[in-house]
Design a protein around this ligand. Sequence first.
Ligand SMILES: [Zn+2]
Ligand SMILES: [Zn+2]
Length: 171
Amino acid sequence: MAVRKARAGGRVSATGAHAHTHGSATEIEAGARWSEHAETVLRDAGLRTGGGRAAVVGVLADEGCVLTAHDIVDRLRDQGARGANLATVYRTLDTLRALHLVHRLDAGDGTARYERALPGGEHHHHVLFEDGQIEPFHDDELEQAIHALASRLGVELVGHDIVLHAAPRTS
Ligand SMILES: [Zn+2]
Ligand SMILES: [Zn+2]
């Protein structure tokens, strides 16, 4: 299993979520793919894709992992969107969730985090450190174990969340 380490220069937000996923070609491509998918789904749902909603979609597309609503507001303001506020961001996130375009991660620490949900079902699991830092991981053996477990339990799997709770990194 490879826990992706924060890249040098990754910004640590007030909540400790890392801007750690920028840069790799596959991640940029995944963001573009998701953003296109989101626009299609929103349009098919008869929703405008302009304005504040498009800005939130843009922030989520640019981030490969989880963001809090506060993180999103901060990024919108960094981009010069002076009117960005929590209420409208939450409203947009609710809309995107209802359309299965974002996944909400409840890591058990009272902070809801959101990340783009790719149409192919690709997903992260996360390590939540005690200092609030959060890092994504993927592990094929874990996926196989979860599917085997579901079949032993005789349930049809429609989703799963895995959060590992870890002590802070010392390195
Ligand atoms: Zn993630
Ligand atoms: Zn999984």
